[in-house]
Design a protein around this ligand. Structure first.
Ligand code: ADQ
Length: 481
């Protein structure tokens, strides 16, 4: 029986080692949910890194770790601390991540990191090759593994390989600055199907391939050597039912969480307070600093809302080993301090700032209690939070203010779409959202919710795999064209 081999940087689980006991707990992230049925189907397996370095796993425990992973149908690539440093914190997050999000000034071109990236990608590819049986298909994910498709294709040209990029693909003018641009494109072109969130990313990729690898295009098919590589867009969805059902439960719950109690208490004291929600990983691509400044500008421009509006800002700690993330953390701490210092009253602070991950139930509380969601990334492949917010609005009220730079804006165009660098426009959008009649909120949200429900994460995974199955990988003969 053939199987799908999923390959991603991190495995969809976390490992806990307690003395001699090894426990593997499945994670509940979007990718893990979307690929659950593919992974569970038949003898499908997931290949990735466990999150623990070779130095962190006692050699005598290694067999137990393997066993715990195997029970979850996972195989782990073993990485040393040095490899994680060069491959993950280095080339992936100091070179590719900033460059692909148009932060060219942050992108470091370090040859040693590039060598480590190649070596680690080869480790992933070797483990994939070791696990391939005839008629299997391979689905590789994201910017950490751009070279894996070609490395696998070289050894197993008979196997169908899909690749999906979760972040934007930049325009040719930005991508061309990368010293190893041809090698990266060749790596991706080992796949038979390459997927992006939006048509724009697809177009940028095709333009780079055409100019740098000098090959012909036939619509969205690249004629590459003897092969045909299909390039297409597959906007990723969310597990709609999970968010929607949890929100319904939330509305019925008798026992309230701490977060919900604080919100209710505040509403009781301040009566007409409105809560504006902002949720992201703490990342310079998410436009968090601009968002705080736009909120500050809103309070200055519309002082009648002082004491009546609060920004609830959640930032999940992320990549804190990378200097730009440490600087950003300091900048945000200062900005929050400045705004709160400037406007706070005895019973009111304008910004509630949480620098931590929140349990799912608290996220739902916030999605349900905040009448406005303010998501202003300066670049974002998709932005799943926008879709989660819409899915959680049981009564269809609420206003989503969304950056035009997020892939999600292509699908959620009934939201208030803003340019994240235009602080005045954001301030006005907040005002518009605060006075928007409920019937208008409901009208737009019903349309968006229907779309988010139909194009859920399972459908996204299925459509990608069906398309992969249908790709005719052999380039048509010139005479036949
Ligand atoms: P991310 O950059 O991580 O993903 P996003 O799509 O918004 O961004 O997903 C974040 C996830 O983390 C959401 O599911 C959200 O619920 C959760 N989350 C956020 N804050 C949290 C908190 N404080 N506590 C707990 N959970 C929290 C990358 C790309 C995106 C792309 C996705 C999927 O950068 O553009 O949408 O992959 O392809």
């Amino acid at each position: 029986m053939s199987k799908t081999i999923i390959v991603s940087n991190r495995l969809p689980l976390s490992l806990n080692i307690n003395q001699n006991e090894v426990e593997a707990t499945p994670s509940v992230g979007g990718l893990a949910t979307g690929l659950k049925s593919v992974h569970a189907d038949g003898n499908g397996i997931w290949i990735g890194w466990s999150g623990l370095t070779e130095e962190e796993i006692n050699p005598s425990l290694a067999p137990n770790v393997e066993k715990a992973l195997e029970n979850q149908k996972c195989r782990s690539v073993s990485l040393s601390e040095k490899e994680v440093d060069g491959f993950y914190y280095g080339f992936s997050n100091r070179t590719l991540w900033p460059l692909f999000h148009y932060f060219t000034e942050y992108s470091e071109f370090n040859n040693e990191d590039w060598e480590t990236y190649k070596r680690v990608n080869q480790k992933f590819a070797d483990l994939v090759i070791e696990n391939i049986e005839d008629n299997d298909r391979v689905w590789v994910h994201d910017y950490q593994l751009l070279l894996v498709p070609q490395m696998v294709k070289e050894k197993r040209p008979d196997v169908k390989i899909g690749f999906f990029l979760h972040i934007p693909f930049p325009s040719y003018e930005v991508f061309r600055t990368l010293p190893w641009r041809e090698e990266i494109l060749q790596g991706m072109m080992g796949a038979d199907l390459i997927g992006f969130h939006t048509y724009d990313y697809e177009r940028h990729f095709l333009s780079s391939v055409q100019r740098l690898l000098i090959c012909d295009l036939d619509f969205n098919n690249v004629l590459y050597d003897t092969r045909n590589v299909k390039v297409d867009s597959f906007p990723m969805g969310i597990d709609f039912n999970k968010f929607h059902n949890a929100a319904i439960e939330h509305s019925k719950a008798k026992v309230k969480s701490e977060v919900q109690e604080s919100i209710d208490k505040h509403k009781l004291i301040k009566g007409d307070t409105q809560f504006i929600l902002s949720i992201d990983r703490l990342d310079y691509t998410k436009g968090i600093a601009q968002r705080i400044m736009a909120f500050e500008h809103f309070l200055e421009k519309y002082p009648e809302y002082l004491g009546k509006v609060r920004l609830v800002m959640l930032a999940v700690p992320s990549r804190s080993n990378v200097p730009q993330y440490q600087d950003l953390k300091n900048e945000i701490d200062q900005l929050v301090g400045r705004v709160n210092g400037k406007f706070s009253e005895v019973n009111w602070t304008p910004i509630w700032y949480f620098y931590r991950s929140m349990p799912f139930e608290n996220l739902i509380d916030l999605y349900c209690s905040c009448k406005i969601a303010l998501l202003t990334p300066v670049r974002d492949g998709m932005n799943l939070v926008a879709k989660e917010y819409i899915a959680s609005r049981v009564d269809n009220t609420g206003v989503l203010i969304l950056s035009e730079m997020a892939g999600a804006a292509k699908e959620l165009n009934e939201a208030l779409i803003i340019n994240p660098n235009n602080l005045d426009q954001i301030a006005d959008a907040i005002k518009t959202a605060l006075v928007m009649p409920e019937k208008d909120q409901i009208k737009g949200n019903i349309i968006m919710k229907d779309r988010v429900q139909r194009y859920n994460v399972e459908r996204w995974a299925n459509e990608f795999l069906v398309s992969l199955e249908d790709v005719v990988s052999k380039k048509p003969e010139t005479a036949a064209r």
